[in-house]
Design a binder for this molecule. Structure first.
Ligand SMILES: NC(=O)N[C@@H](CC(=O)O)C(=O)O
Ligand SMILES: [Zn+2]
Ligand SMILES: [Zn+2]
Length: 346
């Protein structure tokens, strides 16, 4: 039996496109299904100024294969030296849709991030005034905090104080991985949203560590125990507009993943929509997929929903996804859920 579902074309509210050869290889994987994406600025060097964001946007559009359309929504990387006036100008011109806060050392290419949160107060106040969204990688970096607790501790020690001090600031808790994140996002009112990745709906920490270590399941924030995965699934499929899709598709070459000290990130751009259809069907919530992937994000960012659609089809045969995509820097492994999936974008 074939089952089909047509939904408004989705957007990805948290995506890594990288640069150069990697950008060229991964961009079509996203543009095939998604109309827009919030493009993460953690390049080396990071995308800090409006001028750097404009140049990066040009490189993205130049890498887009002819015949494909895609609208990259640019993000500035917040540093302790970020100039509030530059941020305001980049916002006023329509170029920049968010500013990203990385606690220094929290994740891939976060060395230029924030150590002293007081130093970025003037930028946050300016953003609150002009209605520009702050996207947050929500993990503390103190070495004495257990890696599985870093999100919950960040909410208490960093995020809540920022929000108390600047209640008008719009904040997106990126890639939440805990029930604590789900609950805090829900309690936050219209100014607070949260993205949820595809892979955190599928794997818990056992998938990474039990029965042999699986480097391709290692990402940050690291997947937590099963109760948290279930809380994420309940949130994503609830229809609550607080939660929306940010795949955090984060390509690294296999060479960089398969190291004694391997990179964090799951590459899900290729099969995200098929995997989400599988997950939402399992939860008896296929009717909530369009809200999560195509409506709640634009509503939070104050943007129109897309005009066109995609169709997802379920067939009797398991969908064959590529194991990896090729880049001139080497292969990038596509996230494998570990079970057959019968959905695909057709
Ligand atoms: N999610 C990850 O594991 N990695 C991301 C960085 C990030 O989003 O934290 C990356 O840039 O590789
Ligand atoms: Zn992150
Ligand atoms: Zn990310």
């Amino acid at each position: 039996m074939t089952q089909s579902m047509t939904i408004t074309r989705p957007d990805d509210w948290h995506l890594h496109l990288r640069d150069g050869a990697m950008l060229k290889a991964v961009l079509p994987e996203t543009a095939r299904h998604f109309a827009r994406a919030i493009v993460m600025p953690n390049l080396i060097p990071p995308v800090v100024t409006g001028a750097q964001a404009a140049a990066y946007k040009d490189r993205i559009l130049a890498a887009l294969p002819s015949g494909m359309s895609f609208d990259p929504l640019m993000v500035l990387y917040l540093t302790e030296d970020t100039d509030p006036q530059d941020v305001a100008a980049a916002h006023a011109s329509g170029l920049v849709k968010a500013v990203k806060l990385y606690p220094a050392g929290a994740t891939t290419n976060s060395a230029s991030g924030v150590k002293d949160f007081n130093k970025v107060r003037p930028v946050l106040e300016k953003m609150a005034e002009i209605g520009l969204t702050l996207c947050v990688h929500g993990e503390v970096t103190d070495g004495d905090i257990d890696i599985f607790d870093r999100e919950a501790v960040f909410i208490d020690r960093v995020l809540d104080p920022i929000r108390q001090a600047t209640p008008e600031l719009k904040v997106v808790m990126e890639h939440i991985t805990t029930k604590d994140g789900v609950d805090y996002a829900k309690s936050g009112g219209d100014n607070l949203g949260a993205t949820i990745t595809t892979h955190h709906l599928i794997i818990n920490r056992n998938h990474i560590l039990a029965g042999g270590i699986k480097p391709h399941y290692y990402c940050l924030p690291v997947a937590k125990r099963e109760t948290h995965r279930l809380a994420l699934r309940a949130a994503a499929t609830s229809g609550d507009p607080t939660y929306f899709l940010g795949t955090d598709s984060a390509p690294h070459t296999d060479e960089n993943k398969l190291q004694p000290c391997g990179c964090a990130g799951c590459f899900t751009a290729t099969n995200t929509m098929a995997l989400l259809a599988h997950v939402f069907e399992e939860e008896g919530a296929l009717d909530k997929l369009e809200g999560f992937a195509s409506q709640n994000g634009p509503a939070f960012y104050g943007l129109p929903v897309n005009q066109d659609t995609i169709t997802l089809t379920k067939s009797d045969q398991a969908t064959v996804f590529p194991e990896s995509i090729q880049t001139s820097d080497g292969p990038v492994t596509v996230f494998d859920p570990g079970y057959p999936v019968y959905w695909n974008v057709t």
